[in-house]
Design a protein. Structure first.
Length: 135
């Protein structure tokens, strides 16, 4: 199994100001290429879409629906657990996500999973019943 994370790829380009202009497109192309190669080699692929937008999710599914058995898995981590994990990450790896970023990600996640577009995709591509996200 291979995990592909756009966030990890972006992190590789830290302090490369000359790439900032086209970074999003470059990362999207790299993710697409990595997934294609992994599928060609018969690997299972986990696309870690931590900051996912509905349109990106739809585009990714459209791109790979003919070459992969697509499943959506939602990891609903409440904000208190996110703070705890962030503290552990800070101690273990010296990397800490700012609290305002954790809160923004949490709100973004809630909006995404409550959208009708996401619910439709989830019904089609998940093997688990949909569970509403609590406020």
């Amino acid at each position: 199994c291979i995990r592909v994370s756009p966030s990890d790829i972006k992190r590789m380009f830290q302090n490369k100001e000359q790439l900032v202009e086209g970074l999003e497109e470059l990362v999207a192309d790299m993710v697409s290429d990595m997934v294609h190669v992994a599928l060609l080699l018969n690997y299972n692929v986990i696309l870690d879409a931590n900051h996912c937008e509905l349109k990106i999710l739809e585009k990714t599914i459209e791109e790979f629906q003919d070459s992969a058995d697509i499943k959506i898995k939602v990891f609903n981590v409440d904000i208190d657990e996110a703070y705890r994990r962030n503290m552990v990450r800070s101690v273990q790896k010296g990397v800490k996500v700012p609290s305002n970023a954790l809160e923004a990600d949490n709100e973004h996640f809630k909006v995404l999973v409550k959208s009708e577009g996401f619910k439709e995709l989830y019904k089609k591509y998940s093997y688990e019943p949909f569970v509403e996200v609590e406020e």
